[in-house]
Design a protein around this ligand. Structure first.
Ligand code: FFO
Ligand code: GTP
Ligand code: MG
Length: 459
């Protein structure tokens, strides 16, 4: 498969001033030679690596197709580690399509999603975690999400993971040695040595585990569900926070049936705001489904904004919801204070942290600053913002690190129990393999395929 020469458009045709067609593989330069004539560089063999040459693309009848800049990046110093050619043409749909057609006619094959990056991985220029960072860069929604992804692309995460893998390898070597040379005092030394190396490995992995919550929020946003009984002003609040009329608002209880999700930036924190159907017992079939969806959204939420109508006495429904969410991070929005305060907010203060009860009026746009402040504060509460440049934001990486930690901890317990060191090596090997799945050293083919299929074409 790496013998093929692949081609794809790397830019959005018709939507930008320039269009880039990219080729990778042994025949790239030859294909360029057949369709490109440089003003200065008459022969592609004379084009120096990594310098742009000005010229024209010609079709098979010798007709000029477009004025372009072309560049050859010869192996191994390229994005894929193979010969790469880029043709930078004008960004129009027709020009890009014609050049692509020509390139395919001359023997290139259309690249699959993520295939350029995959080749960079298969040719050893970047590892798997670095490849995954490329998608994260493309899909980043915040400055921090981008920063984490760029760090991961530079290999910051891989470096830490490899450091641990090296320690595990050295532990395995010690175990081997003690098996090969079972002199009387080696066992003692070995278990001390294993313990200290194992603890160092655990220390690094636990630091990485601690970055996950923050990393996830920076990547996916803080999932924030607006919850409350019907008609308390959930959709009104969503609209106010978004500063647009996204959700339908009426005075009819049960207006919102389907979940509405929108992204919002609160003081630099990415919030995935979720408006839900009011929670109540209902016989209405559609509303019932809405209530079920609300409960699912509630389960997944990192933060709950619990709205009550402060202008009325709290109802049984309010209290039922309160007990349903008391395990969650909650901000209580006591809404409609423009119509007076009848609700027993102190009772809510006993269930939830009093600081997080915000008196507000969506109608009068009152209290919104305090609410945003509270959202921002809860986003990081109990989780100090790390200064580490290796941040775990990917669930695949997190679960592999968790498994490695479990295996190492199992090994450490075994050492404490005086279990023979050769039996411990099984767990250490497991941990090493799990970590290798992050960097791609020990990963199965189907996982690699799955990861790269999530890329876009041309990446
Ligand atoms: N025109 C263009 N812009 C682009 C890309 C591209 O492929 N083409 N990239 C694609 O996504 C990104 C840049 N990523 C790249 C990563 C490595 C190499 C590369 O040639 N690496 C070589 C040589 C490095 C060096 O000069 O020292 C290497 O690592 O050996 C190129 C682009 C973003 N911008
Ligand atoms: N007086 C007053 N009325 C408000 C306030 N916020 C919302 N309302 C009104 O309350 C009614 C219900 O608002 P919605 O935002 O649709 O309520 P909801 O919680 O989304 O309702 P469901 O989708 O039915 O669960 C509307 O008539 C709003 O105009 C407020 O701060 N003060
Ligand atoms: Mg609503």
């Amino acid at each position: 498969m790496l013998d093929d020469t692949i081609a794809a458009v790397g830019t959005a045709p018709g939507e930008a001033g320039i269009g880039i067609i990219r080729l990778s593989g042994k025949r790239s330069q030859d294909i360029l030679g057949q369709i490109f004539r440089g003003k200065k560089a008459k022969d592609v063999n004379e084009m120096p690596s990594r310098y742009m040459s000005y010229g024209f693309i010609y079709d098979e009848e010798g007709k000029k197709i477009d004025e372009v800049l072309a560049v050859i990046m010869r192996a191994p110093y390229s994005y894929t580690g193979e010969d790469v050619v880029e043709i930078h043409c004008h960004g129009g749909v027709i020009s890009i399509r014609k050049i692509m057609e020509l390139v395919l006619k001359k023997g290139a094959r259309l690249a699959e999603a993520g295939e350029f990056t995959k080749r960079g991985f298969l040719n050893g220029r970047i590892d798997l975690a670095q490849s995954e960072a490329v998608i994260d860069i493309i899909t980043a929604k915040t400055d921090e999400g981008l920063e984490n992804a760029v760090n991961q692309l530079q290999g910051e995460l891989s470096l830490k993971v490899k450091e641990v893998m090296d320690k595990l390898m050295s532990m395995l070597a010690h175990i081997e040695a003690s098996i090969d040379f079972p002199e009387h005092d080696i066992e003692e030394v070995t278990s001390e040595n294993l313990k200290s190396q194992g603890n160092e490995a655990l220390g690094i992995l636990k630091e990485l585990q601690d970055t996950y919550y923050e990393g996830k929020i920076q990547r996916e946003g803080l999932s924030t569900a607006i919850i409350g009984r019907p008609n308390v002003g959930k959709s009104s609040l969503l609209n106010l926070l978004l500063r647009e009329n996204r959700a339908i608002v009426t005075d009819i209880p049960g207006t919102t049936r389907d979940i509405i999700e929108e992204y919002l930036n609160v003081k630099g924190v990415l919030i995935k705001l979720i408006d839900t159907a009011g929670l109540r017992e209902t016989e209405d079939v559609v509303e019932k489904i809405g209530v079920e969806k609300t409960k699912e959204a509630l389960n997944r939420a990192d933060l709950v904004i619990f709205i009550v109508d402060a202008s009325k006495k709290l109802t049984e429904e309010d209290m039922a919801i309160a007990s349903m969410i008391k395990q969650k991070k909650v901000i209580v929005a006591a809404n409609k204070i423009d119509a007076g305060i009848e609700a027993d907010l102190e009772a809510l203060g006993e269930i939830f942290d009093g600081h997080n009860i915000i008196k507000m009026s969506v109608k009068d746009k009152k209290g919104i600053d305090l609410l945003e402040e509270a959202i921002y504060n809860t986003a990081y509460s109990g989780n100090v913002k790390s200064k580490s440049s290796a941040v775990v934001s990917n669930i695949r990486h997190k679960s592999l690190i968790d498994k490695a930690v479990d295996s190492i901890e199992k090994a450490m317990e075994a050492i404490d129990e005086g279990i023979p060191v050769d039996l411990i090596s099984v767990d250490i090997k497991d941990a090493w393999r799990y970590l290798g799945e992050i960097t791609g050293d020990t990963v199965e083919e189907d996982i690699i395929t799955e990861i790269f299929s999530r890329f876009c074409i041309g990446k």
